[in-house]
Design a protein around this ligand. Structure first.
Ligand code: G6P
Length: 608
């Protein structure tokens, strides 16, 4: 969702801001703008549409002179995407410019209050109220004014501000929305995430809720919610900026699909010492593991789907009941949870608003929380009792790929660890599964070495109106993710169904031309799945099976086959995921879709 960048230093700010905005493009946006201070005046240029349009309108930034400024990519919530609704928003007197990510829930009340004091608004956004409020409250001291302003704001926000009479200074404040401060050499940054400033620095500070930061080129001062100056400890991000570039691939999504062998290696390998699983600093021992009566897994989108795969694995091997919940449902379900429930919160970005709210609720009710997160020092990683990072590296494409498969791998590690402690898995089986996990990167490489069949089925099905994905057990869990991937990026209607449920309704939708991908990787369910395939074919549907060569009968029955390398049944969802990611990618490619930035979607969903 919205992206924020701010700069103060020795360079011309506008080109730096434009570059930063490009790095934030992946978050999803529909308009963009920048504002720069020049000799006590704030000049802003904004536009609906792409950053490239903004770059054109500003002549690569050269139309805005000055070394301090803020920029924004907007994902519309209040008010249509348009030039005037784009950020930065200026106060009526032009002295304050504001960029905002989040939602000001009481903006209507504040707007009427300010309008009654003769303040004139120009946009339909909730965010403009912040700029107008700052102007209205300004008492000559920016920190005091900011503190007063935030006490009036209800909702969630990350805000960057420049003030015409505070030369060389960028201010920032946050609550429930991501914002980092990048510490450079004689230059400093604010950004929604560190990718925007990684080119200039690897040292960052996370702002906590209520914190205010004041940045000048040579110093950054932090104030806590009470206005007291606060000491913050920077952390170093060792991601390389080249990891956030396409590196010759036509899309980030394809690059990230191909990065999965490395991402899984980085996630699994450091946690396996001999045949022991050591989950960083997470303390799992007989005492706390045997107290776990239930595991709740919470996430959104693909993270939720990873959770469903994890549920199958954990229930089988840990013999603990596992509930997998959508975070947006969990938070309003009055969840029954306490210290006997372990809550696993999954999020690639670590910033998803619903998932963060779910984590806080679970914690408040006494549950022990472990976050499975990719982005270091993100809100979810920081708030959870424990964190297990997936070392997938930066993920730029909106539709997650390596983020998802590393989440699944992390869940397998946690499941195996708990099962070993509980003695609910035999030593032999534990060793087999661990070996399978360690071998997984090689199997993905084999899969990626020949994708011609995937490409040709993607081409063949790219004109379909609807594609079904069916499977049983863990294959059904994997189907959910396959269907989501296809609809996200190709805009083809796709649905996943538990194969056994087809006959209870969905089969009425099967007609000549309906394409179905049937996942068949579970040996004990082969025969049942073969019957389901036949049932679809009897209604003139076309079925392509996703399976390994180990099951010879499938190629005789299905209309086609996408072969995955032979693999233990219990960990195949990683391999089927890679196949279905590629299927979605090439289908979307064939249809000419904007694969990395699908319409209406955002990578980091920071509003509920
Ligand atoms: C968005 C993304 C999805 C992602 C979901 C959860 O909808 O487009 O790919 O699965 O958010 O994101 P998270 O960062 O919490 O894993």
């Amino acid at each position: 969702m919205c992206g924020i960048i701010g700069y103060t230093g020795g360079k011309q700010a506008a080109p730096v801001l434009l570059k930063g905005l490009e790095r934030l493009e992946y978050r999803g946006y529909d308009s963009a703008g920048i504002a720069v201070i020049n000799n006590g005046n704030i000049n802003a240029i904004k536009t609906a549409g792409k950053i490239s349009a903004l770059a054109e309108k500003t002549d690569g930034g050269s139309k805005l002179t000055g070394t301090t400024g803020i920029g924004h990519t907007r994902w519309a919530t209040h008010g249509a995407p348009s030039d005037v609704n784009s950020h930065p928003h200026l106060s009526e007197n032009g002295e304050f410019a504001v960029v905002h990510n989040g939602i000001i829930e009481n903006f209507a009340e504040l707007k009427s209050e300010l309008t009654a004091h003769d303040v004139h608004f120009t946009s339909d956004t909730d965010s403009e109220v912040i700029a107008q409020l700052l102007q209205y409250l300004y008492d000559g001291d920016m920190i005091r004014t900011l503190r007063k302003a935030v006490t009036r704001l209800i909702g969630s926000y990350a805000i960057g501000i420049i003030h015409a009479y505070s030369p060389d200074t960028v201010f920032a404040v946050r609550k429930d929305n991501p914002l980092v401060v990048g510490l450079g050499s004689n230059e400093n940054f604010i950004a929604s995430d560190f990718a925007a400033a990684l080119e200039y620095t690897h040292d960052f500070v996370q702002l906590d809720d209520g914190d205010i930061a004041k940045l000048t080129p040579r110093a950054v001062t932090f104030y806590d919610a009470n206005g007291k100056s606060a000491v913050k400890t920077p952390y170093r991000v060792d991601w390389d900026i080249s990891q956030a570039e396409k590196d010759g691939y036509p899309h980030f999504m394809l690059k990230e699909i191909y990065e999965q062998p490395k991402a899984i290696t980085n996630t699994v390998r450091p946690r396996v010492k001999g045949n022991e699983i050591v989950l960083d600093r997470i303390q799992f021992d007989a005492g706390n593991v045997n107290r776990i009566e239930r595991i709740d897994i919470v996430g959104c989108g693909s993270a939720y789907h990873a959770g469903i795969v994890g549920k199958h694995f954990m229930e089988k091997y840990c013999r603990i009941r596992v509930n997998c919940e959508l975070a947006s449902e969990y938070i309003y379900s009055d969840p029954i949870t306490d210290c006997r429930t372990l809550t696993l919160v999954i999020s690639q970005s670590g910033e998803t608003a619903d998932t963060l709210a779910a984590l806080r609720l679970a914690k408040k009710r006494g549950s022990h929380t472990i976050a499975i997160v990719n982005v270091m020092e993100s809100a979810i990683a920081r708030d959870a009792d424990d964190v297990l990072y997936t070392y997938a590296g930066p993920e730029i494409a909106v539709a997650t790929t390596k983020g998802y498969t590393t989440q699944v791998a992390a869940l397998y590690l946690i499941g195996l660890k708990i099962a070993k402690i509980k003695h609910t898995v035999s030593d032999a089986r534990y060793n087999e599964l661990l070996k399978e996990l360690l071998d997984m990167p090689k199997k993905i490489e084999v899969l990626l070495s020949d994708i011609s069949d995937i490409k040709s089925y993607a081409e063949k099905f790219s004109d379909r109106k609807c594609v079904f994905f069916i499977g049983r057990g863990t294959d059904y869990a994997a189907s959910l993710e396959g269907a989501l991937k296809l609809k996200e990026i190709s805009y083809i209607h796709a649905e996943a169904y538990a194969a056994g449920e087809l006959k209870h309704g969905t089969i009425s939708l099967i007609e000549k031309g309906t394409a179905t991908l049937a996942l068949i990787t579970q040996s004990d369910l082969y025969t049942k799945m073969l019957s389901n395939i036949k049932a679809v074919q009897s209604r003139d549907g076309t079925v392509v099976a996703v399976s390994s060569q180990a099951n010879t009968k499938i190629s005789e029955t299905a209309d086609g086959m996408l072969v995955i390398p032979v693999c233990d049944d219990d960990v195949t969802p990683i391999l089927t995921a890679v196949t279905l990611q590629l299927f979605a990618y090439y289908t979307a490619f064939e249809r000419g879709c904007d694969i990395d930035k699908p319409r209406n979607l955002a990578k980091s969903v920071t509003v509920e």
